[in-house]
Design a protein around this ligand. Structure first.
Ligand code: LER
Ligand code: MN
Length: 270
């Protein structure tokens, strides 16, 4: 398994669960100094960071790009894959496709998290799930064209009422026959929604393509009460060799959260 740490460049996400904020060159230097394998990027949009600039930042620091988030489509532009109107859904798909294009230049997947939206008065749950399925179907084809994968992230009940567990996410992807979309297992969401985190990971098996490493309270691993040993054992048993990427609050400060994460990562994967 490989280590990654999150960097957000989205001003609206400053209070959010990202270790580093705003300054990408500084974040890359910190990630390198601490010995992370990669950074995971949350850009304000697909054009916020140029490919050449990002490539030299990564190369200069010996880092890979673990994944790229698309949540700015929601927080900045109120785009959603399950919006009531066709035009907004189409824009949301196009936004995700352009983030996928950026990520694919680095062999990295894009993430569908908050862009999945939620059912509400205007869109019933069955309709929202159909919209989500239609969008993922198109995005699966785009991933195939790019030779990349897309990550779909079940979220906890306070963030979506569409898909909250790995099992429901796996069923959605199976129903679509999507061969280039894999699940993102966020251990914070799973702590709220799963009966047994390790059992859910074992059951999802090869469908898991990425892991957000966070403790029960969304702080760095070891700063809450999740028991990570069975979680990592379950990932090992499933043959998981992807990233454990720290998507956590920068508490007590970004450097301490990053150091706590890499220490925990080394202990858990030793
Ligand atoms: C949101 O809670 C989250 O976990 C992100 O990874 C998705 O946008
Ligand atoms: Mn997450």
């Amino acid at each position: 398994m490989k280590s990654a740490v999150t960097v957000s460049l989205v001003p609206e996400a400053r209070g959010g669960p990202f270790v580093f904020h705003d300054d990408l060159p500084a974040a890359c230097r910190k990630a390198k100094d601490l010995g992370f394998d990669a950074v995971e990027l949350f850009p304000p949009g697909p054009d916020a960071v140029g490919v050449a600039e990002l490539r030299s930042l990564l190369d200069d620091n010996g880092l890979s790009l673990a994944a790229v988030g698309t949540g700015a489509g929601w927080v900045r532009h109120q785009l959603s894959l399950t919006a009531p109107d066709d035009a907004t859904r189409d824009k949301a798909v196009a936004f995700v496709q352009r983030v996928m294009d950026l990520a694919a230049a680095f062999g990295a997947p894009a993430i569908i998290g908050s862009m999945q939206g939620r059912a509400d008065g205007a869109v019933t749950r069955p309709v929202a799930l159909r919209y989500l399925g239609n969008a993922l179907f198109k995005l699966d084809e785009h991933a195939a064209d790019l030779g990349t994968t897309l990550l779909y992230e079940p979220l906890n009940r306070y963030e979506t009422n569409l898909v909250n567990t790995l099992a429901d996410g796996a069923a959605l992807l199976r129903g679509l026959g999507a061969s280039n979309v894999r699940l993102l297992a966020d251990l914070f969401h799973m702590n709220i929604e799963e009966v047994d985190i390790a059992a859910a990971l074992r059951a999802a098996g090869k469908a898991v393509g990425h892991v957000h490493l966070a403790d029960s309270n969304r702080r760095a691993a070891g700063m809450g009460h999740t028991d990570f040993a069975p979680v990592v054992a379950a990932l090992r048993a499933a043959g998981y060799d992807g990233y454990l990427s720290a998507e956590v609050f920068p508490l007590p400060d970004p450097d301490a959260a990053a150091r706590q994460t890499i220490d925990a990562f080394r202990r858990l994967t030793a």
